[in-house]
Design a protein around this ligand. Structure first.
Ligand code: XIL
Length: 380
């Protein structure tokens, strides 16, 4: 339903596109339109991914076109929602594997890297995982047993098929432990137990800690300290996922670069896991993606309802180019760059942190056509 409502919009005008393409010499123009995807541009640098939405996996709307586009352009996939606890396991003993299995089938058919997202998170998880019928928090031992059973079941089902797991998602808020139900019920060591359980369930998978605002220095210090502590105890953590919900105006390239260097210097592989570029007026800090933050709709915060002006399209293309140049510069440290969705109509940024806006954060427009930002990356 949501997708249809947004479908009428196109982002860049075809005039803008042809003007842009004409600025290239004959030979690079040919390479821009040949039948290769961005995955081919980056194949010697890092895998290039996207998130598959529930609508796409369910076969709704234009999903078959969307899947064709994904297979052409991307070499890695992450399920946007369908491996989250509430989706996979809405009630304690009722598992719904349908969309998760479809995700894995699609990845196998297209020989893609697959990322499981996310095993232990505070959001999109039913309260009954943590509380009894009288709303009393269940004992630590019970919560640890639930976590272990969940991780064994999910990771075990796809052992050897899913290559990378976001084992813990968003355990820190700024520089402090987030006071999630996991934290409150188990204590700090819920973090290390989650990684231990994941390692036991699939010793060959790459195990990641994933978070937003990973360029924030306080968060960096806490994340690196927690990971180092685990590693000293022999717990395997391979790297960090920098979600990278970025804005057109920030954070700066310098700040992102410093973060990549800091994680790499701590011996961690870096994955860019949920990249997009918000173009709408900001209402909170750059790059924050705290799922709990919601704000009321105001017209002035939704200025591009009938299309994004060319100057903004160009600014977006330039920003994508700068960010990818940085990723390429550090491709020895970065294994993967994943966009949080393929076309603008399906981006969560239309509804976050304000519901019902019209945003343009991705590389394909509402008709699944490549935007200027796409062409800017294709020529890198
Ligand atoms: C978002 C999805 O994109 C939305 O469809 C859903 O309603 C809420 O979650 N950090 C994460 C992702 O790790 O799982 C979140 O995805 C975005 C923020």
């Amino acid at each position: 339903m949501m997708m249809n409502r947004r479908k009428f919009l196109t982002s860049s005008s075809s005039l803008a596109l042809s003007t842009y393409l004409m600025s290239y010499s004959g030979s690079s123009l040919a390479s821009l339109i040949e039948n290769t995807g961005l995955k081919d541009v980056f194949k010697d640098k890092f895998s290039f991914g996207t998130a598959l939405s529930t609508a796409t996996l369910s076969g709704l709307g234009n999903s078959s076109d969307q899947l064709k586009l994904v297979a052409k352009e991307f070499s890695s996939i992450t399920p946007e929602n369908d491996f989250k606890w509430a989706n996979l396991r809405p009630k304690p003993n009722s598992w719904g594997w349908d969309l998760a299995d479809k995700f894995v089938e699609f990845g196998q058919e297209n020989n893609m890297q697959m990322v499981g997202h996310a095993l232990v998170w505070h959001s999109q998880i039913p309260d009954n995982v943590f509380f009894d019928k009288k709303n009393k928090m269940l004992p630590r031992s019970h919560l640890l047993a639930t976590m272990e059973e969940h991780i064994n079941t999910v990771v075990g089902r796809y052992r050897g098929k899913i290559h990378v797991w976001d084992v813990v998602n968003e355990a820190f808020k700024g520089g402090r432990w987030r006071k999630s139900h996991w934290y409150n019920g188990i204590g700090e060591d819920y973090f290390e137990h989650a990684f231990r359980f994941a390692q036991n369930a699939d010793p060959s998978a790459q195990l990641m800690y994933n978070d937003y605002s990973m360029d924030n220095s306080k968060k960096q210090q806490s994340v690196i300290a927690a990971i180092n502590q685990c590693k000293r105890k022999g717990v395997k953590i391979d790297g960090v996922g920098m979600q990278s919900h970025l804005h057109l105006d920030g954070p700066s390239i310098k700040q992102i670069e410093q973060a990549i260097l800091n994680y790499a210097n701590a011996g961690l592989r870096v994955h860019i896991t949920e990249l997009e570029m918000d173009v709408l007026p900001k209402i909170q800090d750059y790059a924050s993606a705290d799922i709990g933050n919601k704000y009321a709709y105001r017209e002035e915060l939704d200025p591009y309802k009938s299309g994004l002006p060319l100057a903004m399209e160009q600014k977006l293309a330039q920003r994508y180019e700068e960010v990818f140049k940085l990723y390429i510069k550090h491709s020895d440290k970065i294994d993967r760059v994943t966009l949080w969705g393929t076309s603008d109509d399906e981006s969560w940024k239309n509804d976050f942190p304000i519901k019902g806006r019209t945003n343009y954060p991705l590389l394909f427009d509402r008709n699944q056509q490549p935007k200027l930002a796409y062409f800017a990356l294709k020529k890198l």
